[in-house]
Unconditional design. Structure first.
Length: 652
């Protein structure tokens, strides 16, 4: 089957990833983009780019008619769906085939069976694959679901029958938690997948999340490519993934691999797929779901097998046989992947948006960066907050872990708040370093949430020195014939400069003077000798630091140093910030749509009580009261599109 031109029905990192493999195969690529993605990296990298609609996903990346029209107009003869969006939509796969195009993925039948958690579980039970006890029946009334949960026994997991990625999932620890879990899971599932059908499963306590990569060709040959451990999760969304699993044994790998192959064969699977299992501490494992697409974390499998999974997908879609048998698959070394998200861990991992002021990915032995972003690009509220994947490979797990920490420190992304520091902390944590992390790792290690890390005094001093150096260089240009050694001089000694800065939106007062090596920066009671010794290298009190920086409009500085990512702006002397929560103002923490208003004017409300629910980046977020008091006028209604900082209500 001939494939010459591939349209990628996706965006961002995965679209760029598919383009790379297609280009290596000398195939032409077509990107699609929404209003929000004009000028995005994936649209620039493809051979051709086609506009498909407005920013909301329903009007662009979920608009199958617009995508098929783009394929026809561009001359594409195949469509790669990537992951997310329409990748596990059986109707879309059928429409692609009906249009005479090749769908680079499994058959619509396999997608339909495995995309329905209830149906797939029934099929797996019939195929003899171990499954978690639960309810996957057609009666979707609250009364029936509550009754079935009681029979199963708490805690239970409420899950959307369609879709994946942790959306439409809620844990109910007891009967009292269940009604809200059903409401939230239904709403999120309907928004993300267009279906509010739910299943209930027994919550397996503190398991590992281990998935097996399978591949099958059109001749019936099915193999597995080893496993990945994806236990480090937050709200059921993976954060760190690795291959192989730290506790895997040859016998367990053989049994899990055989179960995964049986699952794929039960639905006549073709192409790349992932069978996910829960693994308990006794070695028992249970089928969770099958993802009928390429996984976000596929690079770790590529790095330990040496295979290009996208190239294999294309080969199978062309009708080619798999070029290897099960006994040919070997795993070499260890690989770990970290997902770089635009989110604020200290604010409950709320998504963050804004312009990317600085993007400088790491490079080095065993390091791979998969991204779909560029400096100057905008992180919008319409799409998933994952911006890039940083992957490290080493001869051992410990070598891969250390390389990944170094790569995260060297990967500079400044603009939207990111989870860089949290990823580094997680990788350094004793439980992860020892290989003992389970799905409870984040919840148990940070039971009170992630504390905000103050900007270090060294970063403040370096930022001030960079600002002052920029001022000095501008003055030198403006001064004409004045020599550099005369700048900052006065008759009674070097002149002292004063700076009022906003660092992480907090006011900071700085004074500094030129010194023999650079700047003597006074911050509080401490003095820091800062010498800018080379491009993106500084010595602070004799200690060397690598950094990355960009100067933006208005003298604002984007600075990355170690794990710190800081925006530094000029401020009027004496400027003071106001704590929104402490003032009683309830504001939108990110752009989004109001999907529920939970309180009314005049209500007595307690600190931490929900005021509204905001949907942003495909997830629902409860907006909570910051103080006890009485609710004033509620300024929003369901359906309102809010910007970050918009007033929702005020508490007195």
């Amino acid at each position: 089957m001939s494939i010459e031109t591939i349209l990628i029905a996706n965006r961002g990192e995965i679209a760029c990833r598919v383009i790379r493999s297609a280009r290596a195969l000398e195939l032409r690529t077509v990107a699609v983009y929404s209003d929000a993605d004009r000028g995005a990296a994936h649209a620039r990298e493809a051979d051709q780019a086609v506009h498909i609609g407005a920013a909301p996903v329903a009007e662009s990346y979920l608009n199958s008619a617009a995508i098929l029209r783009a394929a026809k107009d561009s001359g594409a003869d195949a469509i790669h769906p990537g992951y997310g969006f329409l990748s596990e939509n059986a109707e879309f796969a059928e429409a692609v085939e009906a249009a005479g195009l090749v769908f680079i993925g499994p058959s619509p039948h396999a997608i339909h069976v495995m995309g329905d958690k209830a149906g797939s579980k029934r099929a797996m039970i019939a195929a003899g694959v171990p499954c978690v006890p639960g309810y996957e029946g057609e009666d979707q009334s609250d009364a029936r679901l509550i009754d079935e949960a009681a029979k199963i026994g708490f805690p239970v997991m409420v899950k959307a029958s369609a879709g994946g990625g942790g959306r439409g999932m809620r844990l109910a620890a007891n009967a009292a938690d269940l009604p809200e879990a059903l409401t939230r899971a239904r709403a999120e599932a309907l928004s993300a997948f267009g279906s509010d059908i739910l299943i209930i499963e027994k919550a397996v306590q503190r398991p590992r999340h281990v998935e097996v990569q399978v591949f099958a060709d059109n001749d019936g040959a099915t193999v597995h490519l080893g496993e990945r451990d994806c236990s480090v999760q937050r709200r059921h969304q993976k954060v760190l993934e690795e291959a192989p699993c730290p506790v895997m044994t040859p016998d367990l790998r053989a049994r899990m691999g055989a179960a995964a192959v049986a699952a794929a064969e039960a639905v006549d699977y073709t192409g790349a797929g992932t069978v996910e299992f829960l693994l308990d501490d006794t070695g028992a494992f249970y089928f969770l779901e099958m993802n009928t697409r390429l996984q976000v974390e596929h690079p770790v499998t590529e790095m330990v097998t040496g295979l290009d999974l996208v190239a294999l997908q294309i080969a199978v879609a062309r009708g080619e046989a798999l070029p290897f048998a099960q006994e040919d698959i070997t795993l070499t070394g260890h690989a770990i992947e970290a997902r770089l998200y635009a989110e604020d861990p200290a604010a409950g991992f709320l998504p963050s948006t804004g312009q990317i002021a600085l993007w400088q990915p790491a490079a080095g032995p065993g390091i791979r960066i998969d991204s779909g972003i560029a400096e100057g690009g905008e992180v919008s509220p319409y799409y998933d907050p994952m911006l890039a994947k940083i992957i490290a490979h080493g001869a051992s797990r410990e070598e891969a872990r250390r390389r990944l920490i170094a790569a995260l420190e060297a990967t500079a992304l400044v603009g939207p708040v990111t989870n860089t520091g949290f990823l580094i902390d997680a990788l350094r944590h004793e439980d992860f370093a020892s290989g003992s992390a389970t799905t409870a790792f984040i919840e148990e290690s940070w039971p009170d949430g992630v504390a905000a890390t103050p900007v270090s005094a060294e970063a403040v001093a370096l930022g001030a020195a960079l600002c002052l150096t920029a001022d000095r260089d501008a003055a030198l240009v403006a001064a004409g014939m004045v020599g550099r050694d005369q700048l900052g001089w006065q008759s009674d000694g070097r002149a002292r400069a004063y700076l009022s800065l906003l660092i992480a939106e907090e006011p900071v007062e700085i004074s500094a003077a030129l010194s023999a090596t650079g700047w003597a920066v006074t911050h509080g009671d401490a003095v820091f000798e800062v010498a800018l010794t080379a491009p993106e290298r500084a010595e602070i009190n004799g200690r060397r630091h690598n950094y990355a920086a960009r100067t933006l409009g208005g003298g604002t500085l984007a600075l990355a140093m170690g794990a710190e990512r800081v925006m530094i702006a000029r401020a009027a002397p004496g400027a003071r910030g106001e704590g929104e929560a402490a003032s009683g103002r309830v504001t939108a923490p990110m752009p989004g749509v109001v999907v529920e208003v939970l309180a009314s004017a005049g209500d007595t409300i307690a600190k931490g009580a929900p005021v509204a629910v905001l949907e942003a980046m495909k997830m629902q977020h409860r907006i909570l009261a910051g103080i006890d008091g009485t609710l004033g006028a509620v300024e929003v209604a369901v359906g309102d599109q809010l910007r970050r900082g918009d007033l929702i209500a005020e508490i007195t």
